[in-house]
Ligand binder design. Structure first.
Ligand code: ACM
Length: 512
């Protein structure tokens, strides 16, 4: 039995021989407005997890006290993050949590949450000094391939927070469904949020099979605000993705004039895989997309906006006289340069609005759009190349952290993507490879897992694919690599499973 079964393990943790008693008489105290906000979250958590309704007071008496202090430094750095360091001390008399920023307090709340008893009970005496190794610790949720309700997205956020992830990358648009309400382009959800049926096998299978169920759903702007507020309270930022100029069949079903094929009846795609359809490169289309991103910026407060840019089939541009004329006008030599031109116009608008655009690593192909950061999913190499060019980078190698891949032998597992990605491999994930020079490493902001949902139709299955592999990823992103120890992680994971059970997480049984 490990001494402190926390995941992720704190950087520094020492037991003392004291014990804090959590009783109905315990009170909560905060000395700043930010500390009060964090202690109010803890109050809710204690009620939910232990059934104890503890008061917040300015005048603690003789009984045990949980005291939060600090949190008043609220400025974000140029990457949109704050320092997340915190100090947690637990003694016979008190629990004391101190941090400079609201994010440090949020991280400390989650450490405390992992230590809570199931009712009145005890917390182990200890001292923790902790802070993350990587600033960006993300998880992607694909709400396009399957729709998840606001309550389900909040549940995901809650489970992410419990493991100290701090970015939810919300993939809101794709060929198979548009999920974000737009006032300027209302047909995006009226038409683009529903598909007639859904593929039920792999693209390599023959024949391709479909169910007979229409599938749909979208988020209103109030829905989005609810998720943003819920996440912000827990120290999690939301980065929306609007995927262009490929992965856009749902958009084209709603607004075919933005496509390359006049008169073509686009449909919200029912099949998985890469679409051959792309947006056209007319100035009107680019202006419309800039306007759409303006709306996105109004809704989502965090600095980062994801513009997609992955898996763009150049075929339609190669065959289109308009696209070829546009290339000639602009002096461009390939469809990849045209793709880069398109995305550069989006990036320019986002930068003018004070935001930081980021795209998938294919954006490097035609020359990286000016001002864009890179999210690298094809191994680490593209990310390293980008970081060497001085571009900020987030690592999300599909072979190591796409948690939608099988986690055990496909013969014994429900239908999933591709190859096997066992938890041991996730635990080897290292956004900054050993020995990388400091200047390049500085541009690697962190790493991110992904839950692409072609084969994840509901929340129960999402949890099954996510856990416990997300525990391994959380630790790799939080703890310095030289402190990561897989056998020790596995011992803690055995205890951590009780916590996952308490939160009714439908985790995979492996590793035993
Ligand atoms: C991706 O997995 N297509 C970014």
């Amino acid at each position: 039995m490990p001494d402190i079964p926390l995941i992720p393990l704190p950087r520094f943790c020492r037991r003392n021989n004291q014990t804090f008693r959590l009783t109905p008489e315990t009170v909560l105290v905060a000395d700043t407005a930010e500390a009060a906000a964090a202690v109010t979250l803890l109050q809710d958590i204690i009620l939910q997890d232990t059934g104890l309704a503890l008061p917040i007071t300015d005048r603690p008496g003789e009984g045990s006290v949980i005291r939060f202090s600090g949190g008043a430094q609220t400025a974000e750095d140029e990457g949109g993050f704050r320092n997340e360091a915190y100090r947690l001390t637990i003694t016979d008399a008190a629990v004391e949590l101190v941090a400079d920023t609201p994010d440090g307090l949020a991280a400390g709340v989650q450490t405390l949450r992992q230590l809570l008893p199931e009712g009145p009970g005890t917390l182990p005496g200890l001292e923790i000094r902790d802070e993350p190794h990587y600033r960006w610790r993300g998880m992607l949720l694909d709400s396009s391939r399957h729709f998840f309700t606001v309550d389900e997205v909040c549940r995901l956020v809650e489970l992410m927070a419990l493991h100290k992830f701090n970015v939810l990358h919300w993939h809101l648009t794709d060929d198979q469904g548009w999920r974000l309400e737009s006032a300027r382009f209302p047909l995006l959800t009226r038409i683009g949020s529903r598909r007639a049926c859904t593929q039920t096998n792999h693209n390599t299978d023959r024949p391709i099979l479909y169910d007979d169920q229409p599938h749909g759903g979208f988020y209103t702007r109030d829905d989005v605000r609810r998720v943003i507020d819920f996440a912000a309270r827990r120290g999690i930022r939301i980065m929306p993705e609007i995927d262009l100029p490929g992965h856009a069949e749902a958009l084209l079903a709603a607004y075919p004039e933005f496509g390359n094929l006049p008169g073509y009846r686009y449909q919200v795609r029912e099949r998985w895989g890469i679409s051959r359809h792309t947006l056209n490169v007319a100035q009107e289309t680019i202006a419309a997309m800039q306007s759409l991103f303006e709306e996105v910026v109004e809704l989502f407060p965090w600095k980062w906006i994801h513009i997609g840019g992955d898996e763009v089939d150049p075929g339609e541009w190669a065959a289109s006289r308009d696209a070829q004329n546009r290339m000639a006008e602009l002096g461009l030599h390939s469809e990849r340069e045209l793709q880069s031109y398109f995305l550069t116009q989006i990036c320019r608008r986002l930068t003018e609005l004070g935001r930081r655009p980021i795209g998938w690593d294919e954006i490097l192909e035609g020359g990286p759009p000016v001002g864009a950061a890179v999210m690298c999913w094809h191994g680490n190499e593209g990310g390293l190349q980008a970081a060497r060019l001085g571009l900020d980078t987030v690592m999300t190698d599909s072979a190591q952290v796409y948690l939608n891949h099988y986690q055990a032998d496909p013969v014994t597992e429900p239908l999933s993507h591709g190859y096997e990605l066992p938890i041991a491999l996730v635990y080897r994930f290292a956004p900054v490879p050993p020995g990388l020079d400091a200047e390049t490493a500085r541009h690697i902001l962190g790493g991110q897992g992904a839950l692409w949902t072609e084969y994840i139709p509901n929340m129960k299955h999402l949890e099954y694919m996510m856990f416990p592999r997300a525990c391994a990823l959380a630790e790799r992103l939080w703890l310095p690599p030289d402190q990561c120890d897989y056998p020790d992680f596995l011992l803690r994971l055995r205890c951590h499973r009780q916590l996952l059970n308490r939160h009714r997480v439908n985790a995979h049984i492996l590793p035993l």
